[in-house]
Design a protein around this ligand. Structure first.
Ligand SMILES: [Cu+2]
Length: 255
């Protein structure tokens, strides 16, 4: 098992190594800019009114036409200009990129992985040379997910006990693993390296142990690793070991 990736240095968001992560970062930065502007405006008007009305008693009223109009206008501006903007861009990004499983699965060389989350680790399953899940050449790993750079990866997620959440901070994606159903997630890495996998749902006392490693490999290195691991898997296959046969038939995406 590989060592855990080193923590990142400096400030700000984790280093983005994904093709579409910048879309998330843009929304975060826009939100940060908007709340900074709103904070400055609110703080300045508070200070202004403190200074202007520093002498004399406080007066309460239900507002004048002008002041009510100002408040309603400001609220509308924030709702439309900030929340509306975030809402529209989020919907578009989800539809076109983050939830576009159809084109991710259809892409040349796309890698499909099944992940079984349980207290306290992530079991990953690759279909092996035959391209089918649940067969003797399936490659199974624990807390060690390897993917190639430059192609879409689609993960189908299950949980056998409680709700977990597969979180890949460097790829700006996160998805719950929910008992009784299969969820999915897609992403594409653009920079090889070792990155952190975390569980983003507090799933019990040893939740912190669900820290694992995502290794992004060059395409050749990934192919070689998968071929070798497939050979080992075939040799180690035990038809009697029911616990090892948790794979399921891949659920093709139907919109
Ligand atoms: Cu967990």
């Amino acid at each position: 098992m590989t060592a855990a990736p080193l923590p990142e240095h400096g400030y700000g968001l984790p280093h983005d190594v994904s093709v579409d992560g910048f879309r998330v970062d843009e929304l975060i930065h826009f939100t940060l800019a908007a709340i900074t502007v709103i904070f400055v405006v609110v703080a300045a008007s508070l200070i202004w009114s403190f200074v202007k009305h520093r002498s004399g008693p406080a007066l309460y009223s239900h507002g004048t036409r002008g002041s009510i109009g100002l408040v309603v206008g400001a609220v509308a501006l924030v709702l439309v200009g900030v929340d509306g903007n975030l809402f529209i861009h989020t919907l578009g990004d989800m539809h076109q990129y983050f939830w576009n499983f159809k084109s991710a699965e259809a892409a040349q060389g796309a890698v499909l992985i099944e992940v079984n989350a349980h207290q306290w680790s992530w079991d990953a399953r690759y279909p092996g040379a035959d391209g089918r899940f649940g067969t003797p050449d399936d490659v199974i790993t624990t807390d060690d997910i390897r993917i190639p750079v430059g192609v879409p990866v689609v993960v189908q997620l299950a949980s056998t006990d409680v709700i977990h959440s597969l979180y890949l901070p460097n790829l700006r994606v996160k998805q719950d693993a929910v008992p009784g159903t299969i969820t999915r997630i897609t992403f594409q890495a653009k920079i090889p390296g070792e990155y952190e996998i975390a569980c983003a749902q507090h799933c019990g006392p040893n939740h912190y142990k669900m820290r694992a490693v995502l290794t992004v490999l060059a395409p050749d290195a990934f192919r070689n690793w998968l071929a070798d691991a497939g050979e080992d898997a075939r040799r180690a296959y035990d038809p009697e070991d029911k616990e090892a046969h948790w794979g399921w038939e891949w659920r093709r995406f139907e919109p």
